[in-house]
Design a protein around this ligand. Structure first.
Ligand code: CA
Length: 233
């Protein structure tokens, strides 16, 4: 038993990877059930009270994307996509469709379990109507959402309103990867979907103010080809 008491559905057609995932879940006390196809996954989802789904995108019968689309019609359960290294585009598309996170093969049990915990924490907050605290902290980086202030190592740091909005968006999604598209939509609104250059410039400016070494960020990490993530500590 672990504190989350979650029932996990593992959708993976590769037997070795499926066994590895199930073994890792067992070791951590997660209840789980496995499916090796999209159709199999749907049958489980209809019959069982699944709390979280680990989903391989390349399934024998239908595309994992299709499954995300279907599930999102009736459920907000966390979906963590499992994909091969050369599928960056698919990862971003899966997140845009409503997946919560992704893991790139090969991954460790530690990585897998950490992502599951982040996703479950996030979903518990959403479901409990959890009111976000006003002051949030990651390492030496702090944000006061009421006063719209940022502190680095206890010192107030001046940022522009746009930089503040960007950092606030990450703090509201701690640990979660946000795609470039999702960030652009939140910060600039609809209609600026393709201006990734503006986001890169804004990110560079923010990193100069919050990171000791902006070239090697420790707070907001770049997820190559996908987007960015604020670390969850
Ligand atoms: Ca596969």
């Amino acid at each position: 038993m672990n504190q989350y008491n979650a029932y996990v559905l593992v959708v993976e057609d590769d037997k070795q990877i499926r066994n590895f995932i199930c073994y890792s879940l067992d070791a951590e006390g997660f209840k789980h059930i496995a499916a090796s196809s999209g159709q199999g996954a749907l049958s489980v989802l209809i019959a069982e009270p699944v709390d979280l789904m680990l989903l391989d995108l390349g399934l024998p019968d239908f595309d994992g994307m299709e499954l995300i689309r279907k599930v999102r019609q009736w459920s907000e359960m966390p979906i963590i996509v499992v994909s091969a290294r050369d599928q960056d585009k698919e990862k971003a598309a899966a997140l845009d469709l409503g997946a919560d996170d992704y893991l790139t093969k090969p991954f460790s049990a530690t990585e897998l379990l950490a992502r599951i915990r982040v996703a479950l924490r996030h979903s518990a907050r959403q479901n409990s109507g959890y009111r976000m605290q006003n002051v949030l902290q990651v390492g030496e980086l702090q944000i006061d959402l009421d006063k719209r202030l940022i502190y680095v190592e206890g010192e107030e740091t001046h940022v522009t309103p746009m930089e503040y909005n960007l950092l606030a968006l990450f703090f509201k999604n701690i640990g979660k990867v946000l795609t470039t598209k999702q960030i652009l939509k939140e910060i600039w609104g609809v209609g600026h979907g393709s201006d990734t250059q503006a986001l890169r410039a804004l990110m560079a400016g923010l990193r100069r103010k919050i990171e000791k070494n902006p070239a090697k960020p420790r707070y907001i990490l770049t997820e190559i080809g996908v987007g960015y993530r604020l670390v969850d500590e």
